[in-house]
Design a protein around this ligand. Structure first.
Ligand code: ARG
Length: 464
């Protein structure tokens, strides 16, 4: 026997291919907890409005709790007619409480129901991802703390540019991830607006108190609060911009992770040798016994593709849909679940891989060369009153001279220095000290070890 939620006006059954095409239970069963939470609150609202008795409400809630438990304990048995999660829950509820189950959907549509479910799920997802981001920040901070003074080359255009500290490199990603976390938190404010009670599209005529519903749905043990209600039913049932926003946030997290990953792929190569990833987060080659590949990082880099793709998918689905609800909107779920799952696991792997990587300070220092202090020499000329533009040209000539003579910039004879700047003396050679160079970058935001340590402390105080 079918428990289809519609069909009275149909003479012919749905074609088998159409049924498969239309059914969403195989993916939207993930909304079970959210769906039942919403239904329990709805049963309360129906009783408050005098549409069911208190005793009926209690039996519905008891039945719903039972279904909730079956899902939680993974013993819910789906039936072939379970078109979507809403149908499945109502069908099972009917088996448990009888025809009373048919009263639950009074004044409600699957349109405001699914919009509510998605918001609840998105709140949970945004919270989880924020926690995962903080775990990765934590791992980066531990490395930063340990390597606040570890010298390494800093790059622009992937060309050696100026010396920095490895700690400073770590903190750059902590900053990016913090903005990602704040974006999720900000999006949360717009997700906490309750669409339930909007009906199919036009609103509710049965005297449901939607504000009271908001309070009933504020169960902080499972989900954060809904703290407002939507004020236009057409928009409420068809808006999915909160999902698109989160998908953007996920895509940008993916882009940030891909940059972190690319740095670590490079740094773990024999050519750089700056870091070594733990065996646990690397894999081998089936053919070349010597290989140790940074697959964790390559996957993090690669996953950004699907994260960006999922955002583009939903934007494309929503574009041009007429008001109000359209079945197109069912296509919000798979991209969102995929982005959430990808990052839920990806961020855990990233945090553990960063926590367990071994930095190799000797290799980092060995990659520094004196030419990276050319700017420090130019700064010295500036201190001697030379306009910077001119100093840049003078030091540039010295760099070329060093290349001609096949020596380091710091190995040029004094007369070469004097040829461009007559008042230079032996003290100029003291400039060629990487640690000193880094220590001089002591302005706020600079790579000086004291600044790095200070930043680590500041992050710790913010609970990272
Ligand atoms: N499975 C649907 C979705 O995800 C639920 C809403 C269905 N509403 C409807 N009028 N057919 O959007």
């Amino acid at each position: 026997m079918s428990h289809q939620l519609w069909g009275g006006r149909f003479a012919a059954p749905t074609a088998e291919d159409m049924r498969q095409f239309n059914d969403s239970f195989r993916f939207d069963q993930r909304l079970a907890a959210a769906d039942i939470t919403g239904s329990i609150a709805w049963a309360g609202a129906l009783a408050d409005a005098g549409l069911i008795t208190g005793e009926e409400r209690d039996r519905l809630v008891q039945g719903l709790n039972q279904v909730q438990l079956e899902f939680a304990e993974e013993r819910f048995v789906p039936q072939p007619g379970d078109e979507d999660i809403h149908t499945a829950v109502e069908r099972r509820l009917g088996e448990l409480v009888g025809s009373l189950a048919g009263k639950l959907h009074t004044g409600r549509s699957r349109n405001d129901q699914v919009a509510t479910d998605m918001r609840l799920f998105c709140l949970h997802a945004a919270q989880t991802l924020q926690m995962r981001l903080m775990q990765l920040q934590h791992a980066l901070l531990d490395q930063a703390e340990q390597h606040a003074a570890t010298l390494m080359p800093g790059y622009t255009h992937l060309q050696r540019a100026q010396p920095i500290t490895f700690g400073h490199w770590c903190l750059a990603y902590v900053e990016m991830l913090e903005r990602d976390r704040m974006r999720l938190e900000d999006a949360t404010r717009r997700i906490r607006v309750l669409p339930l009670g909007s009906g199919a599209l036009a609103g509710n005529s049965l005297g449901i108190d939607r504000t009271a519903l908001t309070a009933a749905l504020s169960s902080p043990d499972r989900y954060p609060f809904f703290d407002d209600i939507t004020t236009n039913s057409l928009d409420a049932v068809s808006d999915r911009d909160f999902v698109a926003e989160l998908l953007f946030d996920c895509a940008l997290i993916g882009v940030h992770l891909s940059r972190l990953a690319e740095d670590l792929v490079l740094y773990s190569s024999s050519e750089f040798g700056f870091i070594e990833l733990a065996d646990e987060y690397s894999t081998g080659s089936s053919l070349m016994p010597q290989k140790k590949n940074p697959d964790s990082m390559e996957l993090l880099r690669g996953k950004s593709g699907r994260l960006i793709g999922n955002l583009v998918t939903l934007l494309t689905v929503l574009k041009g849909t007429p008001l109000a609800y359209n079945k197109d909107m069912q296509e919000d779920k798979e991209p969102f679940f995929d982005s959430f799952d990808t990052l839920d696991l990806g961020l855990r792997v990233a945090a553990a891989a960063v926590a367990t990587l071994q930095a190799n300070p000797e290799r980092m220092v060995a990659a520094l060369d004196a030419a990276m202090l050319a700017t420090d020499l130019a700064d010295e000329l500036v201190r001697r009153g030379v306009p910077f533009r001119e100093a840049h040209g003078k030091v540039g000539r010295l760099v070329r001279r060093a290349l001609e003579l096949r020596v380091g910039l710091h190995q040029l004879p004094l007369e070469e220095y004097r040829a461009v700047q007559p008042d230079l003396d032996e003290t100029a050679y003291a400039l060629f000290d990487f640690a000193q160079s880094v220590a001089r970058k002591a302005g706020v935001g600079g790579t000086a070890p004291e600044r790095v340590k200070e930043q680590v402390l500041a992050w710790r105080e913010r609970g990272r």
